[in-house]
Design a protein around this ligand. Sequence first.
Ligand code: NAD
Length: 242
Amino acid sequence: MTRVCVLGPSGRMGKAVIEAATATNLTISARVDLGDDMAAGLAASDVYIDFTTPVATRAAAALAFTRKLPAVVGTTGLGPDDEKALAALAEVAPIVVAANFSLGVNLLLGLARQAARILGPDWDAEVVETHHKNKRDAPSGTALAIARAIAAGHGSDYDTVKRHTRDGDVGPRPRGEIGVSTVRGGDVIGEHTATFFGAAERIELSHRATSRTIFAAGALRAAAWVVTQPPGRYDMQAVLGL
Ligand code: NAD
């Protein structure tokens, strides 16, 4: 039985992972919340699942590095130092990093890329995301992944075409710009729509999550998969074989 350490077990996603694990042949060997002994929890496990904060993600990756421990990381809003810690871990252990573990969103990433490739930058691409009012990072990691998939479809560099805010006299929309807008409120688990605006027609690709179970089940599937892989960084599309 694969032993799983759950980071952030009292959080929204941590709770969902622990609940979903009962329907798998994975066993929860440790639960590490803020203030708990993370090193001990990791030492008792074959893989860890991380839905926490960027600071905790960095700390866990550094500890896991010394044990070459496989990881499944769903925390979003990661900065360059957090990414560096994950890159170091991926040198010695297999890790899955995904802003979204649902099958539907991972399919949507492929569809958005394909639509952008076929339609081209003359169709204005915009991504809108909605989440519950307690979400910390914006735009969501999923919205950024969708926007990056569109940029890949256009063959453009996302950092030079992205537009995350509009305020004041922003002027006409440049060709090839990719807009991402954020809505926050209530208890929305996660909604994403990529719209492609053509002349006199428009295409909308939408995903709506109505339960965190889909992310939890995906993360557990990734945990079972990742322990059989060689060191490296993988995404959820690799886990799902998309
Ligand atoms: P949350 O605030 O409900 O839970 C965060 C948990 O992390 C809490 O239990 C907190 O105590 C714990 N924590 C904080 N610092 C810690 C530390 N140093 N060590 C151990 N535990 C620590 O948040 P949430 O809604 O569960 O979301 C967590 C993260 O997962 C966010 O970044 C969110 O965007 C992301 N998320 C990803 C997906 C996905 O599919 N990849 C889905 C939903 C949420």
